[in-house]
Design a protein around this ligand. Structure first.
Ligand code: AMP
Ligand code: GLY
Length: 426
């Protein structure tokens, strides 16, 4: 007897979660809300606002759901998990108190301090003058962050003091981030490649997943603006599961102990964003959810049952679950709307998805797509699709992913050409 699973969300990460869950022996039936055309191929989808806590919980009850898997941060911060817990429905994801680790950068920094985790030096303040004074104690480039969730736009890396002061004023005086920017965090700049390490947590213990490398900038060569992520690959040479094993004791368990001691034990995914500095890895940030598009390369490499692992995180012990990995490498290339991460058109017909996905080594994950009135696939978001391929090596997976991506077209399609390029093979 397998589980009925509800995936909350409708992006590329949720399609990848749903796809992996649908193939898990422990899962009988997959439902998603709101879902997307990719998830619709795996089971029923229900149009609702995923941050509408009552609507999500009502659906889970009505549909006899045994496990809810929450993808994005919005519903977590809104307290979807708290409401589902109140109704006795096992849910993968932290409560609103736990999601605060992503929802407030100042809170995250204080937890890192208390848990003794290496991270960038910082000052958090709500006062403009204090912020301007604090900037004097840092060196360029200056990092100025809005404390709260600002849809990926809350971080400014400033080359000179004047720009940094403007960034402070934008948040604290002009309130361009609204309530998300009533506090700023000024931070030491960390230099080095970024890595994403995911830990599946059960409140006390953690199981690390294979690390991935994400490409945050819009253009080749890490030029252009910061985006949600334009591509990813895994494994990362020099940053394999073995290489990051020490993070269990150095980062994850101290944080879990700290949060448990505050009466808010953390269940769900804890995402550690690290920078590999010359002094060793330093923690940049925590997220309370799977990364997007890293999930689209991590989960295709998972050989064991994802449903069992997420269920153990929700209401059991993750150490009891056997986790196994394929030897294959995975690469994903994001196909974005022209103009992203700025304004872009939607409703443009998307061609070639079926042809691209015909090879067994390729999976096309839907991120920002919809069906128009005639049932045709059209663009509906900034990141439209993530084309993932598996191969014996990163470079073979890369070649397959780009060959598949070449078959897909829509007006204005924008993608990077250098995802996983030049990765040293072990
Ligand atoms: P975040 O919204 O915290 O994920 O930050 C967005 C991006 O800004 C990160 O992925 C980094 O590329 C960059 N960033 C944030 N903080 C720092 C820092 N202290 N040093 C260098 N880069 C940073
Ligand atoms: N790809 C970065 C993130 O999910 O935050």
């Amino acid at each position: 007897m397998g589980r009925n699973v509800l995936v909350v969300g409708g992006g590329g990460r949720e399609h990848a979660l749903g796809w992996r869950l649908a193939t898990s022996p422990s899962v009988d039936r997959l439902v998603s809300a709101p879902g997307n055309p990719g998830l619709a191929a795996l089971g029923p989808t229900h149009p609702l606002d995923p941050t509408d806590v009552t609507a999500v919980a009502d659906l889970a009850e009505r549909d006899a759901i045994d496990l809810v898997v929450v993808g994005p941060e919005g519903p977590l911060v809104a307290g979807v998990v708290d409401e589902l817990a109140r109704r006795g429905i096992p849910t993968f994801g932290p409560t609103a108190a736990g999601a605060h680790i992503e929802g407030s950068k100042a809170f995250a920094k204080s937890v890192m301090d208390l848990a003794g985790i290496p991270t960038a030096g910082y000052v958090a303040t709500t006062e403009r003058d204090a912020a301007h004074e604090a900037l004097e104690r840092f060196m360029p480039p200056y990092v100025v962050k809005a404390d709260g969730l600002a849809a990926g736009k809350g971080v400014r890396i400033c080359l000179d003091l004047e720009e940094a002061r403007e960034a402070v004023d934008d948040a604290l005086v002009h309130r361009v981030f609204g309530d998300a920017g009533t506090q700023v965090v000024i931070e030491e700049y960390l230099e080095g490649p970024e890595r994403s390490v995911f830990g599946v947590c059960d409140g006390e213990d953690v199981v690390l997943l294979a690390p991935a490398m994400d490409y945050k900038r819009a253009r080749d060569g890490d030029e252009g603006r910061n985006t949600g992520g334009m591509g990813a690959y895994s494994p990362v040479p020099g940053c394999t599961l073995d290489d990051v094993g020490h993070l269990t004791e150095d980062v994850f368990r101290p944080v879990l102990r700290e949060l448990a001691s505050r009466g808010t034990p953390y269940r769900g995914l804890l995402y550690a964003g690290l920078i590999d500095t010359v002094q060793g890895p330093k923690l940049l940030e925590f997220n309370a959810r799977f990364g997007d598009p890293e999930t689209q390369v991590v989960l295709p490499r998972l050989a064991s049952d994802l449903g069992e692992l997420l269920a153990a995180s929700a209401s059991g012990s993750v150490a009891d679950v056997e986790v196994a990995w394929r030897d294959d490498a995975a690469v994903t290339v994001v196909l974005a709307s022209g103009g992203y991460p700025g304004p872009y058109d939607t409703g443009l017909p998307v061609r070639g998805v079926e042809e691209a996905g015909r090879s067994g080594a390729v999976e096309v994950f839907h991120a920002g797509t919809a069906r128009d009135d005639d049932g045709r696939l059209v663009t509906a978001g900034g990141r439209v699709l993530a084309v993932t391929a598996l191969g014996p090596t990163v470079s073979e997976a890369r070649a397959l992913a780009y060959a598949a991506a070449d078959r897909i077209s829509f007006d204005g399609l924008q993608r990077r050409g250098d995802i996983a390029a030049g990765v040293a093979e072990g």
